[in-house]
Design a protein around this ligand. Structure first.
Ligand code: FAD
Ligand code: MLT
Ligand code: ZN
Length: 480
C-alpha cells in the first residue's frame, strides 16, 4: 500500500524542479501533459516484472543540483528512487508507486585519471563501457565486467555492489572504491572522494553506501582503483561430464593458472540450450555435455600465458576431468565464447519472464540446488511442454561460489512462485549461504533478508537507515 505520509506531486513541486534544474530536458513532467510514453522506460525494470507510476523524472547535472532537489524532496515529504542505468535485477531501480525518480544519466563526466596509480575519478552516471573504453586508452581496465555494461553506470555498480565476471580476479568494490561523493537526503554533500589506498582515520563511512542500493543517499562521484589492462587474454570453453569434475577443473585452474586466472564461469546444459535456441549460433563443441565452463586468463606475457594454459589443458584432458574443449584463437572467438555465457540472461528472459535467484552457496553443494529445484517442480507437475515453467537453469560465477538459479516461465505465475519461495531461501539458510550474492535486495528480497541476516543485524541496519534518512524518503517499500 502507498504510504500516506508521502506527499503527492503538485504543480508547485514541478515548478520548483524546473526552476532548479538548469536544462528543460532535465525534467520529464507527467503532470503538464500526457508523458506516459516518455516516462514509461523509467517506470519499467529490465525484467519487465515491476512497474511504477512516477509522474516525474529528474536528471540533475551535478552534485549541487542533486543536493537542491533532494533537500526539497526531504522538506516536502516526496519519496525518491535514485536510478542509474536501470539494469538492476531486483526491482530496486524503479518506483513502487509514485516516487520521484532521480536519474543520474546526465552526470556523465570522467573527472580525472592518474596512470601511475591507476585511480579513476568519475561522475556516478558514467556508463561502465564508456569508463572501460576510456581506461583502455590509458592501458587500464574497469575492474568490473557484466552483461549490462552498455547501460549500467558506475554509481549503479557501487550502489548495488555489483560483482560480475571478473570478481574472481579483481575483487569487490568494497576494496576497489577508494572514495565517494554522496548527497544525503537532507541535501548535505559528503565529499569523501579520497584517492588514497590506505586511510585509517576513523569509521570507513563510504562502505555503508556500497551496496546500500540508494537507501541512504545518492552517489554522485566515485574514486576507483583500476588495474593495469592485461596484454594477453585467452579464453577456453570446456564440456564436462559431472559437477564433481567441474570442481576438480576449478581446483586445477587455481593451481596451474594461478595469478593469470581472471574468470571461471559455470554454465549447465540447459542454459546453453536456451542460448542456442535463441541465437542459432554454432555450438563451440561437437558434443553436448551436462556442464560447461568458461576459463579466462589475463596476463602480461602472451608466451608465458599460453604455455601455462596448454599445460593446464593437457592435464585436465589427460586426467579426463574435461571431456572436450576449445581455445579461442583471436578476439572475435573470445567474444563468441563469452557470448555463450553473457547471453544466458537475455536468452532465457525473452520467453515471458524468469524467476531469478542469485545465491552464495558453499561450493560443494552449489549445483545440488539446481537438481533439487528440478525435482521439486517436476513433482508438482509445473515444468515441461505446455506447463508454466520452461526449465530450470543453473549458471554463474563458479569461482566465487555464486550460483544463478533461474526458472524461465511463459508468464509469472503464483503456483510456480509458491513452489519456489520461500523453499529456495530455506534451502540456502540450512547451508549458511546468502540469498543475494551480488544483485542486492531491492523489492524482490526485502521480505527474505531474515534468511541471511540475524535479527540483531537487521536491527543495526534499521538504525543506520534511521540515522541517514530519518524521514524515510529514500527507497520506501524496499531493502529492509
Ligand atoms: P540501477 O539498476 O539503475 O540501480 C540499481 C540500484 O542502485 C537501485 O536500487 C537504485 O536505486 C540504486 N542506484 C543507482 N544509481 C545510484 C546512485 N548513483 N546513487 C545511489 N543509488 C543508486 N549484476 C552483478 O552483480 N553481476 C552480474 O554479472 C550482472 N550481470 C547482469 C547482466 C545483465 C544482462 C543485466 C540486465 C544485469 C546484470 N547485473 C549484474 C545487474 C545490474 O547490471 C547491476 O546491478 C548494475 O550494477 C546496476 O547498475 P545500474 O546503473 O543499471 O543501476
Ligand atoms: C550474470 O552473471 O549473468 C548476471 O548476474 C545476470 C543474471 O543473473 O541473470
Ligand atoms: Zn552474475
Amino acid at each position: 500500500k502507498r504510504d500516506p505520509k508521502f506527499s503527492e506531486l503538485t504543480q508547485e513541486h514541478v515548478d520548483f524542479f524546473k526552476k532548479t534544474l538548469s536544462d528543460e530536458s532535465a525534467v520529464i513532467d507527467g503532470l503538464s501533459k500526457d508523458a506516459t510514453d516518455d516516462i514509461e522506460p523509467f517506470n519499467r525494470d529490465w525484467m519487465k516484472k515491476f512497474r511504477g507510476r512516477t509522474k516525474i523524472v529528474l536528471k540533475p547535472k551535478n552534485a549541487e543540483e542533486v543536493s537542491k532537489i533532494l533537500k526539497y524532496c526531504n522538506d516536502n515529504m516526496l519519496a525518491v528512487v535514485p536510478q542509474g542505468g536501470n539494469s538492476g535485477l531486483v526491482g530496486g531501480s524503479v518506483p513502487v508507486f509514485d516516487e520521484v525518480v532521480i536519474n543520474l544519466t546526465r552526470m556523465n563526466k570522467i573527472r580525472g585519471f592518474d596512470d601511475v596509480s591507476g585511480i579513476l575519478v568519475a561522475d556516478a552516471g558514467v556508463i561502465m563501457e564508456v569508463a572501460d573504453n576510456y581506461l583502455k586508452e590509458h592501458g587500464h581496465v574497469y575492474p568490473l565486467d557484466l552483461g549490462a555494461k552498455g547501460s549500467a553506470q558506475i554509481g549503479g555498480n557501487v550502489a548495488a555492489n555489483a560483482g560480475g565476471l571478473r570478481f574472481l580476479r579483481y575483487g569487490s568494490l568494497h576494496g576497489n572504491v577508494l572514495g565517494l561523493e554522496v548527497v544525503l537526503p537532507d541535501g548535505t554533500i559528503v565529499d569523501d572522494l579520497s584517492k588514497l589506498r590506505k586511510n585509517n582515520t576513523g569509521y570507513d563511512l563510504k562502505q555503508l553506501f556500497i551496496g546500500a542500493e540508494g537507501t541512504i543517499g545518492i552517489i554522485t562521484g566515485v574514486s576507483l582503483q583500476t588495474p593495469q589492462r592485461a596484454k594477453a587474454v585467452n579464453v577456453a570453453y570446456f564440456g564436462l561430464e559431472s559437477y564433481e569434475k567441474v570442481q576438480k577443473a576449478f581446483k586445477e585452474a587455481k593451481m596451474r593458472l594461478g595469478e593469470i586466472l581472471s574468470a571461471f564461469e559455470l554454465m549447465d546444459a540447459e542454459s546453453q540450450k536456451f542460448v542456442h535456441n535463441k541465437t542459432q549460433m554454432k555450438r563451440p563443441l561437437e558434443g553436448e555435455y551436462p556442464f560447461y565452463c568458461l576459463v579466462e586468463t589475463s596476463g602480461s606475457n602472451g608466451e608465458h600465458d599460453n604455455e601455462k594454459l596448454e599445460a593446464f589443458l593437457e592435464h585436465v584432458m589427460g586426467e579426463e576431468i574435461v571431456t572436450d574443449g576449445v581455445v579461442a584463437q583471436d578476439d572475435t572467438q573470445i567474444a563468441e565464447l563469452w557470448s555463450w555465457r553473457e547471453g544466458i540472461t537475455e536468452a532465457i528472459g525473452h520467453n515471458g519472464g524468469t524467476y531469478k535467484y542469485d545465491l552464495s552457496i558453499p561450493i560443494k553443494d552449489l549445483y545440488q540446488l539446481v537438481e533439487d529445484t528440478r525435482e521439486r517442480l517436476n513433482s508438482k507437475n509445473l515444468i515441461g511442454d505446455n506447463k508454466t515453467a520452461l526449465g530450470v537453469v543453473g549458471f554463474g560465477h563458479m569461482g566465487d561460489a555464486n550460483l544463478h538459479l533461474n526458472i524461465p516461465v511463459r508468464q509469472y505465475d503464483k503456483e510456480v512462485e509458491e513452489a519456489l519461495e520461500p523453499w529456495v531461501y530455506e534451502w540456502i539458510q540450512k547451508r549458511n549461504g546468502s540469498i543475494s550474492a551480488e544483485h542486492g535486495l531491492g523489492i524482490v528480497k526485502k521480505k527474505y533478508i531474515g534468511y541471511s541476516k540475524s535479527p540483531v543485524m537487521i536491527e543495526l541496519m534499521k538504525q543506520i537507515k534511521q540515522l541517514y534518512d530519518p524521514k524515510g524518503i529514500m527507497m520506501p517499500y524496499k531493502y529492509i
